[in-house]
Design a protein around this ligand. Structure first.
Ligand SMILES: NC(=O)c1ccc[n+]([C@@H]2O[C@H](COP(=O)([O-])OP(=O)(O)OC[C@H]3O[C@@H](n4cnc5c(N)ncnc54)[C@H](O)[C@@H]3O)[C@@H](O)[C@H]2O)c1
Length: 395
């Protein structure tokens, strides 16, 4: 059987909410199938074998190392990305790591170094690069609609913040570093991509201003998002019940980021807004663009013809295209790219180097936020590592 016809064998480690992603790699045809699932929780292992009928279940990811897998999806909590990633790469298994790549810059660098040392393929699940709204903004920029990008501002309204991030491991600094990194890694990566540069200096500000005062706490060991996500209730945010016993991450946080190419970014994140979406404004040397809505049905508006007071009617309006699948169609495309990369290699829209730089910026901004907003420099990445990943992970 030639390699294009061979069925790829995948494992999934961490059978929680996000493991759903791997269903896109489980077509059970000649393409690829999930043959192993792993979770320390028995109920999740059971859920795993129900979701992936060809899979055997394991409690420890090290039991998957000698199964001759072609690749593995790591959908574990954030602090459990780097260690298993290094184990699988060292065993020669291609790795899909969910974002963020790790919760410290040093751990990101260890993962990248292991990938280069072993030659095993590394892919980071920054699905927003596959989102139609992001691709529409990037196309406008690369087509020259606003000239050279000089500043980007992103406001992130995390409407389901209380349910998603303050009832389990997400609320615990030791498992995420903080939400400026946990959630922000997505938007920092998008802004880096739109700006064509990486953060070198960060300042941050923020605090725990709403959920920290809520005395209603619950140890939710054994529960998963489906057990506590309730989009119809829990409003206003102070009505939330059963928040995490360890809750020490910020609920609004802001970062100012200076990039290596002279572009400046601002990122603002709040976890108790009524609505849930992201708004980007990108300002260039001859125009400005902004998205209104971030999914199909929304629009990206461009003002670039003249100066004026506020004009709702932009000079150009690009509808956000329809797409099938979760996260506005980004998830099936993300997995298709990973499967193609495992089979054929080459370059990808997502980037391990960019994933590291998003974590590094989020860590620096969080450090600043927690130390009087002092400026924090991002440590540079080894240029040889950058070159290795830029040429498609070929040694
Ligand atoms: N890209 C996106 O849009 C997106 C969306 C949601 C979550 N995520 C990321 O996906 C990851 C998983 O998030 P989630 O919401 O599914 O979390 P979750 O808590 O629902 O699931 C995590 C699972 O990992 C299991 N686990 C814990 N320790 C483990 C270990 N040592 N080995 C194997 N499994 C272990 C848990 O038992 C749990 O079932 C996180 O890194 C998160 O940041 C990304």
């Amino acid at each position: 059987m030639n390699d294009t016809a061979r069925q790829l064998r995948f494992g999934v480690v961490g059978i929680g909410a996000r493991s759903q992603l791997a269903t896109h790699a489980d077509d059970s045809g000649p393409g690829s199938a999930v043959v192993a699932v792993c979770d320390p929780a028995a109920a999740q292992r059971q859920a795993g074998v129900e979701r992936f009928p060809a899979a055997k279940a394991y409690a420890d990811h090290r039991d998957l190392l000698d199964l001759d897998l072609d690749g593995v999806f790591l959908t574990t909590p954030d602090h459990l990305h780097a260690g298993p990633a290094i184990d699988f790469l060292s065993a020669g298994v291609a790795v899909f790591v969910e974002k963020p790549l790790a919760i410290t810059t040093a751990d990101c660098d260890r993962v990248l170094e292991t990938a280069r040392a072993t030659g095993a393929r590394l892919y980071v699940g920054h699905n927003m690069r596959h989102m139609p709204v992001v691709q529409a903004m990037r196309s406008l920029i690369t087509d020259g609609a606003i000239g050279d990008v000089k500043a980007i501002w992103c406001r992130h309204f995390v409407g389901h913040g209380g349910d998603f991030y303050f009832k389990d491991w997400h609320a615990d600094r030791t498992k995420t570093t903080g939400l400026l990194l946990q959630k922000g890694a997505h938007d920092i990566d998008v802004m880096h991509w739109l700006a064509g540069g990486y953060t070198r200096r960060a300042t941050g500000m923020g605090g725990l201003v709403l959920y920290g005062d809520n005395p209603d706490r619950m140890d939710r060991t054994g529960q998963r998002l489906r057990d506590f996500y309730d989009p119809e209730h829990n409003w206003p945010p102070a009505a939330q019940r059963g928040l995490a016993p360890v809750l020490d991450v910020e609920d609004p946080s802001m970062a100012n980021l200076a990039l290596d190419n002279g572009v400046f970014l601002t990122y603002q994140q709040c976890h108790f807004t009524p609505d849930y979406w992201r708004n980007y404004t990108v300002i260039g040397t001859h125009g400005r663009l902004e998205n209104f809505g971030d999914s199909p049905g929304g629009v990206v508006k461009v003002w670039n013809a003249r100066r004026s007071d506020y004009r709702a009617d932009a000079d150009l309006e690009v509808p956000i295209p329809e797409a099938e699948g979760s996260h506005s169609g980004a998830d099936p495309r993300l997995v298709a790219e990973f499967v193609r990369f495992v089979r054929d290699g080459g370059t990808t829209l997502t980037s391990p180097v960019a994933a590291r730089e998003a974590v590094a910026a989020g860590c620096a901004a969080t450090d600043s936020l927690r130390h009087g907003s002092m400026p924090v420099d991002v440590p540079p990445l080894d240029p040889d590592l950058i070159a290795y990943f830029n040429r498609g992970q070929v040694r």
